[in-house]
Design a protein around this ligand. Structure first.
Ligand code: MLC
Ligand code: AMP
Length: 510
């Protein structure tokens, strides 16, 4: 086979009438339909002169055509760069400058704002909306389909996923065909996905979870997906009786538990619920089991590595743990002295395996800081492995907030706030939030007459994606610091712990 990942996902079923996507209106798209869509898009990419190794960026609402675009890129050897639909033009400008894509596909509503960015970068800007209309669709309709598949090896690059860092600058994680294929194979086997599965797909498709875990696994298994544009409790409740399985972030499960209609009758027939991207509280796991009889299967992964660990399909799915290393994946816990720690001791989680990415795009020094020469990736997560082999994540060394399954790097928000009038300095923290797990809070130290909080909230909303924006602003005389001068964020987190509790006072931005 010349392009194992493409063949695994769609090429091997290019003539199959088996259902792939069940759409909200009742329409069904087969594997053959999807392969034909990918072929037409591949024709357009070729007509536009894109070649193996070129990049294409997509910031579009979820649609079957957006999935077909991903597959067409794999077919053509073009590196696919999916971008969160919440990113502002400011944020997109950075990714376009860094990755230099030849084509950028966006929602028509962002076209005017992105035009100067793509023109400066020499990229072609095309539009594709949620109804699959726009200049992208028009060009694809004109192109002759290409059924040839560009040969790609396991080492060839398939996708870039941008992930922010502790310095505030985003890095393009380079994922290979082999990374994605090996993870899809392992997860399909571990979670027993088959062509009889119908996955309820309510995740976005611009991140590892919704695209590589959900779509890749289902397509590898030959199953189908109930394709929802996003998560809504009503739509999920309505679709559940037709599904066998669902993958979600913890917010999906807490929202379902808030709905009285979510009960054993609605969920009892399901084969599997999985959770990841953020910690699932043991309390949520227990309430879910009581309500439905199902133990949610929690797993642990990240952009740079795909999935690393999973609770067992058979056996004890232990609340508060992320289970065992996946087949072929090594996990070790490192102490501060740089030596591996024995069972039960807490240290830095490091991961090695065919799932681990190739490095950060054009950032060899960042790659060297996080990816050891011996292949272990330093995750920034702190954890331990117990005597039975279960991995527990106990915290993060990296300064990271996870809100509703999206990552927010405080540095990026602080850098923006520090430059605003009336702000001497800021500290951005995550505090408990019933819906999103953690909610973003900005602690500000005033300068001069002090900040205009409404003005700040407005400025921030023009510059940062919605999930990164502080939901509360708190003013403080000074930031607490230790003797080394480092801001003690733990002190601030304690002070602000109740900010999102029911009845807590609201300020600007929330
Ligand atoms: C939306 N908002 C959020 C938010 N999502 N704020 C904080 N955190 C989030 N995740 C904002 C909205 O802009 C809005 O602001 C307000 O919060 C309420 O919005 P909502 O309508 O309630 O949000 P909704 O559209 O329902 O989205 C919530 C969500 C969504 C949980 C369904 O965020 C989501 O789909 N999350 C999944 C993330 C994911 O796929 N992560 C995988 C990463 S991969 P305002 O101001 O307009 O009121 C990875 C690797 C791995 O991590 O291991 O999987
Ligand atoms: P991302 O960079 O978006 O891929 O986010 C990856 C990070 O999400 C990991 O490094 C962890 O900190 C966190 N994460 C993912 N899954 C879990 C989980 N099941 N429990 C706790 N944290 C998780």
């Amino acid at each position: 086979m010349t392009n194992p990942l493409y063949d695994m996902l769609i090429g091997g079923r290019a003539d199959s009438p088996a259902p792939l996507l069940h759409l909200p209106g009742g329409q069904v798209l087969s594997y053959a339909d999807m392969a034909a869509r990918a072929a037409r898009i591949a024709g357009m990419l070729s007509a536009e002169g894109l070649e193996k190794g070129d990049r294409l960026a997509m910031q579009c609402p979820k649609s079957p055509e957006a999935l077909a675009l991903y597959l067409a890129c794999l077919q053509s050897g073009v590196i696919f760069l999916p971008l969160n639909t919440a990113y502002t033009p400011d944020e997109i400008g950075y990714f376009v400058g860094d990755a230099a894509p030849k084509i950028v596909v966006t929602d028509p509503s962002a076209e005017d704002a992105l035009r100067p960015i793509t023109e400066a970068a020499g990229a072609l800007l095309l539009t594709l909306d949620a109804e699959e209309q726009g200049s992208f669709a028009a060009r694809v309709a004109e192109a002759a389909p290409v059924t040839e598949v560009t040969p790609c090896t396991q080492e060839d690059l398939a996708c870039f996923l941008y992930t922010s860092g502790t310095t505030g600058r985003s890095k393009g994680a380079m994922l290979t065909h082999g990374n994605l294929a090996s993870n899809a194979e392992t997860l399909t086997r571990t979670w027993r996905f088959t062509d009889a599965d119908v996955l309820l797909h309510a995740l976005p498709i611009f991140h590892a979870h919704g695209l590589f875990v959900a779509c890749n696994v289902l397509m590898n298994a030959g199953g189908s997906m109930i394709w929802l544009p996003g998560f809504s409790t009503e739509a999920v409740l309505e679709a559940l009786p037709r599904a066998t399985s669902m993958m979600g972030v913890p917010t999906f499960y807490t929202r379902l538990l808030d709905a009285p209609a979510f009960d054993r009758d609605r969920a009892g027939h399901m084969r599997l619920f999985t959770s990841g991207s953020a910690p699932l509280l043991a309390e949520t796991h227990d309430r879910f089991r009581e309500r439905t009889g199902h133990a949610i299967l929690e797993r642990y992964g990240m952009t740079e590595t795909g999935m690393n660990t999973s609770n067992p399909y058979d056996g004890d799915r232990r609340a508060g743990t992320v289970g065992f290393p996946l087949e072929g994946v090594e996990i070790r816990i490192m102490g501060e002295e740089g030596t591996p720690l024995p069972a039960g001791e807490t240290g830095m989680i490091e991961v090695r395996g065919p799932n681990v990415f190739k490095g950060y795009w054009q950032m060899p020094e960042k790659t060297a800081e996080e990816l050891r020469e011996n292949g272990f990736f330093i995750t920034g997560d702190l954890g331990r492995i117990d005597a039975e082999g279960y991995v527990t994540i106990v915290g993060r060394e990296k300064d990271l907030i996870i809100s509703g399954g999206y990552n927010v790097y405080p540095k990026e928000v602080e850098q923006l706030l520090d430059d605003l009038p009336g702000v001497r300095e800021s500290a951005v923290i995550g505090v408990p939030h019933a819906d999103f797990g953690e909610g973003v809070v900005a602690v500000l130290v005033a300068e001069g007459a002090g900040p205009d909080l409404d003005g700040i909230a407005e400025e921030v909303s023009g510059r940062l994606a919605n999930y990164k924006r502080p939901k509360r602003y708190v003013l403080r005389e000074a930031l607490p610091r230790n003797t080394m001068g480092k801001v003690q964020k733990n002190v601030l987190r304690e002070e602000c712990a109740e900010l999102f509790a029911p009845g807590a006072a609201r300020q600007a931005g929330g």
